[in-house]
Write a protein that binds this ligand. Sequence first.
Ligand code: UTP
Length: 273
Amino acid sequence: MIKKCLFPVAGYGTRFLPATKSMPKEMLPVVNKPLVQYGVEEAIEAGLTEVGFVTGRGKRAIADHFDVSYELEHQIAGSSKEQYLTSIRDVMAKGSFSFTRQASMAGLGDAILNGRRLIGSEPFGVVLSDDLCVAEEGVLSQMVKLYKQFRCSIVAVQEVAQEDIHKFGVIDGEQIKDGIYQVNNMVEKPEAKDAPSNLAIIGRYILTPDIFEIIENTPPGKNDEVQLTDALMTQAKDGCVLAYKFKGKRFDCGSVSGFVDATNYVYENIYNA
Ligand code: UTP
């Protein structure tokens, strides 16, 4: 059983400045809900109710969001406005929330290693909440099912256009079942001509706990950051990593255009549905 999920949220969100100068990008609302809450709801739906955040300076609003606001509760108790708290109350009732800090932005691999004390030695999910996924069955739920079958690390992948491939980690693998690949190579942000496939890794992972030791022994890579992709590459060579072409839509809310697309989609298909 996988119960824990890590949310690395230490990034600066520079692409959203000035909005992110004093506010975490994970708190930007897609319609009326902060980005991070969508990810947490997806984790809880998958049964990953022990949520750990790897935060950084200036991210306290995230911790406050998943805590009771007594003043607000008191103010609107018994009024019709209480309905607006339903979704966050539900999340708080079902989940437990822990926090640790990444001292410096040394890469996603380093962020995950910082989360070790919240995870211990069990398999766990990872959500990059700037990827907003919309699916009939949540993407993490789909991946947890797959984990039960294969018991190894899994990365979610999506087919992307040639001109976008340089923004992603890209896999090379053999299809072992419809939409499931055994990974034998991975490249972080390759130029289109060097990309081993058009299958790009998005921000959903199931990781087995041996990844921590692998990250510890992974030197900084691209951009002088400890890359999770490099550690996963080692894991793929020594054991097994699967890539899973998930069912559903994904919006890159780390970019302004993806964020606007997500807002329009959620407004039309979820908020107003
Ligand atoms: P990004 O590089 O896309 O996010 O990292 P960013 O740095 O916040 O955005 P920009 O480029 O400045 O606009 C992907 C995810 O990994 C987390 C980020 O918070 C984000 O969710 N991350 C990345 C960390 O938590 N720590 C790191 O050292 C690196």
